[in-house]
Ligand binder design. Structure first.
Ligand code: SF4
Length: 412
């Protein structure tokens, strides 16, 4: 007789989320077919608010590629991009997305009946994440002969200085000039400020949602976070996202008040550092449930907290929000951040995901796990894998390593 597998606890707000995500995709699809409306593609930590200020409908290819990963389609399409010169070692969001496009496939068809990704009027990137996003967008720029513009961010930033902020503010203002002829009108400053203000509200609520993971027992898991971050990525800058996170927070606050555990019988609390393994979220989440271990916090889900945004200083505050990001910072700053998170969330150990094709979001290659373990006096585990390319991931090996790691925690 098979013992029934533990299931993650349902979050009722998920129904609302499914609906608003569907509306988002259907809305952009309609906009891309309407000659009077304009579509901009934007990187997930890119200047979305500026694009909203121009009235563009904003589409996020990283989100699309994560859906390719989560539906376990990514691995199948990566080789098509490899065949036209995009290495298997570069971002598998890029290669899966381009490969799927080349083959005329999108998971939006099965999900929402949408035939193809929306054709953009402009592609706008911010290299604060990595150079891959720029190369990715330029591929589409050539494919469709549409402009591809962006912001080049500083990397390995220790202290954020006035020079950093002035340079990014200047680039954002120049970007606004470049966007004018594409939008066909100047930037609407009121609309821009409104988007920045709504983004800020969305960020604050999203942060509060994630903070319910600090409760004992934790009210949500990293795996819940990877699903519920959708609106913070693609709908920030809108009232829809604000309303959604108010609803979700209300539900999770209720869990905290009633001491409802996201993971029954929570014994251990872990921190996840690195990208999700999109095609394996469910088995990983189930394994941690079986081990009564909750992944209570992560760098990844926190990446969409932009509390620096200020509608009174839209350009300057965007420059700060998109420069103080974890991903662009130096190792000492990252280590301080993770140490503080581990303390705030009462973490027993850290799991690092070494994502083969994403060096930018992998922090286990230059001694950080060892340094932090020494500093925090807690163990770490590194899992080899990838965000989208499942050929880089051995489920059996990861399973065994996670089991052994939790056993090690149990032995103190
Ligand atoms: S940060 Fe990593 S996953 Fe994201 S676009 Fe860059 S390489 Fe790809």
């Amino acid at each position: 007789m098979n013992a029934e597998k533990p299931r993650s606890k349902k979050i009722s707000a998920a129904k609302t989320m499914k609906k608003i995500m569907a509306d988002h995709f259907l809305g952009i699809d309609a906009a891309s077919k309407d000659p009077k409306r304009k579509v901009a593609w934007c990187t997930s930590v890119g200047p979305a608010e500026l694009l909203q200020g121009f009235g563009f409908e904003v589409y996020y290819p990283e989100n699309h590629s994560a859906i390719l990963g989560a539906t376990r389609k990514a691995t199948e399409y990566i080789p098509y991009a490899n065949a036209v010169g995009y290495s298997p070692d570069i971002c598998s969001y890029l290669t899966a997305d381009v490969g799927a496009y080349m083959q005329g496939f999108t998971p939006l068809t099965a999900a929402y009946g949408i035939e193809a990704v929306p054709r953009p009027d402009v592609l706008v990137y911010n290299t604060n994440q990595c150079r891959d996003v720029q190369d990715w967008f330029m591929w589409y720029g050539r494919e469709w002969n549409v402009p591809c513009v962006g912001v080049q961010t500083h990397r390995n930033v220790g202290e954020v200085t006035r020079e950093h902020l002035d340079s990014i503010t200047g680039q954002l203002k120049n970007l606004a000039k470049d966007l004018e002829p594409i939008a066909g009108h100047p930037l609407d400053m009121d609309r821009f400020r409104e988007a920045v203000g709504l983004s800020r509200k969305c960020s604050e609520l999203w942060e509060k949602v994630l903070r319910t993971g600090a409760a004992r027992p934790s009210a949500l898991t990293f795996f819940d976070g990877t699903i519920h971050m959708g609106p913070a990525v693609v709908l920030r800058g809108t009232q829809i996202a604000v309303d959604y996170y108010e609803q979700l927070l209300d539900e999770l606050d209720g869990r905290v008040a009633d001491k409802v555990a996201a993971v029954e019988g929570e014994r251990f609390r872990l921190y996840w550092e690195g990208m999700p393994i999109w095609g394996k979220l469910r088995p990983l989440s189930e394994q941690f449930l079986e081990l009564n271990t909750c992944v209570v916090a992560s760098t990844y889900c926190n990446s969409w907290i932009f509390n620096q945004l200020d509608p009174d200083q839209p350009f300057e505050s965007m420059a700060r929000a998109y420069t103080e990001l974890f991903i662009v910072r130096s190792d000492p700053v990252k280590e301080d951040y993770i140490a503080e998170m581990c303390s705030d969330f009462s973490v027993d150990g850290i799991v690092y995901h070494d994502a083969r094709t994403c060096g930018a979001n992998t922090n286990s290659r230059y001694g950080m796990p060892q340094r932090l373990s020494k500093r925090l006096g807690s163990p770490h585990l590194t899992i080899d894998g990838d965000l989208n390319d499942l050929r880089c991931y051995s489920e059996e090996q990861a399973r065994t390593n996670i089991e052994a790691f939790v056993e090690q925690l149990a032995q103190g």
